[in-house]
Design a protein around this ligand. Structure first.
Ligand SMILES: [Cu+2]
Length: 113
């Protein structure tokens, strides 16, 4: 009995790190819509002008984004609804963006204190 318990514990301990590595490699916690792990994200900084969690859209007055050759401007982006619900107009934020021809999708927002 003791030997059985011991071997079970060894299996549990040995199995845990491999499982954790698989989870991060496959990015299984990614929100829906972010299905391609190879998508390039760029960082930006700006001010929230308006946000609509129901529609999954946010308007940002963003600073220039040299990685994309974008000047500073105010524009609307798509955004995950759950992320959208964490920000309010007037907040200064940094964000991560998956750019596309129409603007892009905000994949992460951090409110600056
Ligand atoms: Cu822009």
């Amino acid at each position: 009995m003791k030997a059985l318990l011991t071997s079970m514990m060894v299996a549990l301990i040995a199995g845990t790190p491999a499982f954790a590595a698989d989870m991060s490699d496959m990015n299984m916690n990614a929100p829906s819509g972010k299905s391609d792990g190879k998508q390039q994200t760029v960082q930006g900084t700006g001010i929230v002008k308006s946000v609509d969690p129901d529609k999954g859209s946010i308007t940002l007055a963003h600073q220039a984004i040299p990685a994309l050759g974008w000047p500073a401007m105010t524009m609307r982006f798509k955004i995950d609804r759950q992320i959208a619900s964490t920000v309010k107009p007037g907040q200064h934020v940094t964000f991560e963006l998956v750019p596309n021809a129409m603007g892009g999708t905000i994949t992460n927002v951090t409110v600056l204190k």
